[in-house]
Design a protein around this ligand. Sequence first.
Ligand code: ATP
Ligand code: MG
Length: 553
Amino acid sequence: MSKQEPVIASNFIRHIIDEDVAAGKNEGKVVTRFPPEPNGYLHIGHAKSICLNFGIANQYSGLCNLRFDDTNPGREREEFVNAIKDDVSWLGFEWNELRHASDYFDELYNYACELIRQDKAYVDSSSAEEMRLLRGTLTEPGTPSPYRNRSVEENLDLFKRMKEGEFDDGAHVLRAKIDMSSGNINLRDPTLYRIRKVNHVRTGDKWSIYPMYDYTHCVSDAIEGITHSLCTLEFEDHRPLYDWVLDELATPAHPQQIEFARLSLEYTMLSKRKLIQLVEEKHVNDWDDPRMPTLIGIRRRGYTPESLRIFCEKIGITKNDAWIEMAVLEGCIRDQLNTEAPRRMAVLDPIKVTITDLPDDHVQTLTFANHPQNEDAGTRTVPFTRTVFIERDDFAEIPPPKYQRLVLGGEVRLRGSYVIKCNEVIKDDNGVITELHCTHDPDTLGKKPEGRKVKGVLHWVSAAHAVSAEIRLYNPLFTALDPSKADTLESIINPESEIIMRQCMVEPALRQSAAEQHFQFERTGYFVADRHDHTPENPVFNRTVTLRDTWAK
Ligand code: ATP
Ligand code: MG
């Protein structure tokens, strides 16, 4: 089967790089990086950044590093580091080098001392509150700290003692000496280092001070020889600081920071902090709940790496924040599975149908194509017997207008089998239908019935051969287009976001399915065998997406 791959469309970043390469900048080399903080699981927004950074490196025969931005000890865990590595690999990318910002703690410290020696950084002993008051506002300039004119010697001494753990958290910070009246608040003597007496996953108790993101990021990029440092738009106002640090330090390289719009997906929250809340407050089962926008959640839902790469190409890279409709994401997996997924029959909510004019021991082996448009997908056998299951809602006692499924006295075709006619409805004492009695037209196997039109075609499974299975249906987790605006999560959680059907009956061929195998269940959608819970004895399938776009109203 043809594997689908994204069509590379150009964008403003590729234009910039084309020009840089043509001009021979960085000797024509392209080096990028993906720099997650290991404080949670990656989500589909990160996929956009991964596809961009690794995609650019691949396109220009360049390199892309995976760098863990691990400068917040306490929030960061090894579990997240491993999960992030798995996610990047699963998406189909190979990093050049695996780095950690903490690899550069010594260099970062030495560079900070260099800034102090140039009188471009100083130790401020004000409290956080005092610093906040002196910072000014968007309309008013800040005021210099009383510690701003400390001597180089005093600053070097204090900074060294901060490093050696002599002071408590918050006693001092190291600040860049830039411009307290700058129109850009990021340039009003930003903090470069703070004291944090916390053990670090990788450096243990070696450090009592940790560098801030803005300082760490540009220096790490420079050390790694990154040529194009691609980040999301909220860092646009930080670019002058990025450039200031690298200009003052005369680092071996001066990467170019370029910002692009982050992904915002309708009815979805893309922030690790908010996603943690969903897990901790048990609104979902775990990080890999198929309703989660995490990559492990989306994977468990049945999305493929190809479909996500195509999605990221399709939405493109721009400078404008825009909401992407869920239908765009769903369309990508639907298109892929439509061409690739084998077809099967599965009855989610079964009702028994007895074909009274067949003998008790009737077993007929029918051959079904696995894919209607692809002969290479081969065939399978499907047993047909006197008792079959159909969907409960494929029969109606009082049919709504234009109903083309089974009614009392009416006919339908059992897919790939015969036309049957319903003659009798059996109910229990409560009036619930328990069984339908039908007869079949033996002259309709692979043939149209004589002299009449039968429109409805139903999926079915032989009761004697059916395999019982659990099928999980998923709907959007939130009822609000922008869930981040809601006062409480409770108020916007969709109570029908997960519907578990435990009495499903599926065709016997599905018993052999492997975890993560994809199928189209005729008429009900695209499904995947659950990564964790599916076994041949207890099959479990998750609905990835419906057959048609349900968002179009
Ligand atoms: P979160 O708020 O979810 O923690 P983050 O931006 O703090 O996200 P990082 O681990 O710092 O997460 O992100 C690593 C990279 O992924 C950054 O370069 C960041 O810009 C990018 N990224 C994060 N979220 C998105 C998004 N929604 N769209 C595009 N890129 C994103
Ligand atoms: Mg972050």
